[in-house]
Design a binder for this molecule. Sequence first.
Ligand code: AMP
Length: 396
Amino acid sequence: MKTVNDFNFKDKKALVRVDFNVPQSADLKVTDNSRIVAVKPTIEKILNDGGCVILMTHLGRPKGKVSEEFSLENIIPEIEKVFGKKVQFCPDCMGEDAKNMTGCLKPGEILLLENLRFYEEEEEGNVEFAEKLSKYGDAFVNDAFGTAHRAHASTAVIAQFFPNTKFFGLLMAKELRAIDKVLKDGEKPVTAILGGSKVSSKITIIENMLPAVDNLIIGGGMAFTFVKALGGQIGNSLVEEDKLRLALEILEKAKAQNVKVHLPIDSVIADEFSNDAEIKEVDVYDIPEGWMGLDAGKKTQLMNHDVIMNSKTILWNGPVGVFEMPNFSAGTVALGDSIAEATELGAFSLVGGGDSVAFVKQFGYEDKVSYVSTGGGAMLESLEGKELPGVKAIND
Ligand code: AMP
């Protein structure tokens, strides 16, 4: 894997694709700067070598139209705060201004180009657009893991114009190593915990992970499709009726590959989908009509704890209950605690994709696990075994 650490950027202009698609408040202030913080090591490495940095990113979905709402000028103060440096701004990523401003950039300086998606060509993966961008720099660095699953002009197509000077940024390298640590060279036993609402959105992940894992913990709403397929009474719990057969097939495949599947034993059930609902804890195979399972019960929590404490590598994707409602968050909190404990004792833990990342941040587990992925969709596609276009373009 060729990273920025394999090159000396002295007197070079580095064209760095980052993912500064950050959340903003109504008055367009940045509300979570993690994506900016995450690329700081890459930027510092280039500047410390004596190079300069031209930052390229998208923000939101302007769909080829210029709009103030999606202008990157709004996020400059936050970037300057994080980097502790002045950041110049070019109000167009194409045209004379961009040519002149990138041409005049001196070692140690940072320039941010306006939103790439103000041009439709970016998402179309247009080659001429990518070539024009490529003229601004001597080297191309991709540190936009969150966008690596897109074959856009600035994330993939552009790399062909830098056959010998294209590199992964340090964030991208960290994300890819974390995935390899789980899927390729994870210390055994390897355990994947998959939760969330739907089996259908996780099938490809499950199938791709089976050869790599020893244990598969299935929790959350998607577990009920498995329980029903096995003959359980699940009341009004979430279920995908058209996936019952598939659930049984997955269990058979897992058995054939010596993967131990751990389904819930008990469930916290409610008489309506509300934090104020009446609550009981019952056997997961025996949920009365009119009631629905919304969290993992105590026996399930203990079982999960045992499996996790006996694991050396852990992947977690998806909550095991409706953690957004306080009365149904205990199962996911217990799971977070178990993963944190195993991590403290030396296990490697990766939290990736969607709602489990939100949970980890909201409930303060970020520093208690080994790695929290910054790329939702890109992480999910990696776990599905797909080669990301942004990664392939650098590797080719
Ligand atoms: P996903 O986006 O598929 O990872 O699903 C995440 C969502 O699953 C979260 O919003 C949870 O509230 C929801 N979820 C977890 N467990 C259950 C459950 N037992 N019933 C319904 N929804 C659930």
